[in-house]
Design a protein around this ligand. Structure first.
Ligand SMILES: Cc1cc2nc3c(=O)[nH]c(=O)nc-3n(C[C@H](O)[C@H](O)[C@H](O)COP(=O)(O)O)c2cc1C
Length: 188
């Protein structure tokens, strides 16, 4: 494998969280990393809701898919990533705001990894419930939810979650996803 920055290879979507609370400086670093992402026209069409109080945790947890409730509810901090399609209008029939928000999310995932945290993004949730539970107004859309905390002991997880935690990280080989000079053309 070609050489890459270690944080890119070390990041994983872990499912175990320790009981240790997340220090406010760590949360501040995650938020700072998020906002330094690039975006088209520097529109920054993103917002974040940080979930800290027990009441907000409950509202977050109930909006998760059944599978995500199995592991994400244990995290000490959770966040909701929002996008505003009006701040980054569609182009070529594509949702451009989602790309910007995705880049900001990756910034945060990498910052979290660099600080030794587990940060796990989720697409499994009920958007209507998230909007209602957190008073999110239109035209904002929910882009992603994620759970963050210090990694816990995998051995303490259920068998099902241990299996998820121990799944090998796999990626498509580069020759399957990269073309040279024209789509589908392999390197000479
Ligand atoms: C936008 C996004 C949504 C995801 N949604 C979920 C989810 O709902 N539940 C889950 O367990 N993992 C979710 N994941 C984690 C992926 O399953 C994970 O990134 C992928 O399997 C690769 O594993 P790795 O992150 O450990 O490299 C999501 C990841 C991303 C980027």
């Amino acid at each position: 494998m070609a050489k890459i920055h270690p944080v890119l290879r070390n990041r994983t979507s872990g499912v175990s969280f320790s009981d240790a609370p997340l220090e406010s400086e760590k949360i501040a670093s995650l938020l700072e990393a998020f906002c330094w992402a690039p975006s088209s026209r520097n529109a920054q069409p993103w917002r974040l809701v940080v979930v800290q109080s027990p009441e907000a945790h409950q509202k977050f947890d109930e909006a998760l898919s059944e599978n995500n409730q199995k592991w994400a509810t244990q995290a000490p901090v959770k966040m909701i990533i929002l996008g505003n399609p009006e701040e980054q209008p569609d182009r070529n029939g594509q949702n451009r705001w989602l790309l910007d928000v995705g880049l900001a999310l990756e910034n945060l995932l990498l910052q979290g990894c660099d600080m030794g945290l587990t940060v796990h993004a989720m697409a499994g949730w009920d958007e209507e419930m998230v909007m209602k539970n957190f008073n999110i107004p239109a035209p904002f859309r929910v882009a992603a939810l994620f759970a963050v905390g210090y990694p816990g002991n995998v051995a303490d997880l259920s068998e099902e979650l241990q299996q998820k935690a121990n799944q090998p990280q796999v990626r498509k080989p580069l020759d399957e996803i990269v073309s040279w000079d024209a789509f589908g053309q392999a390197v000479n």
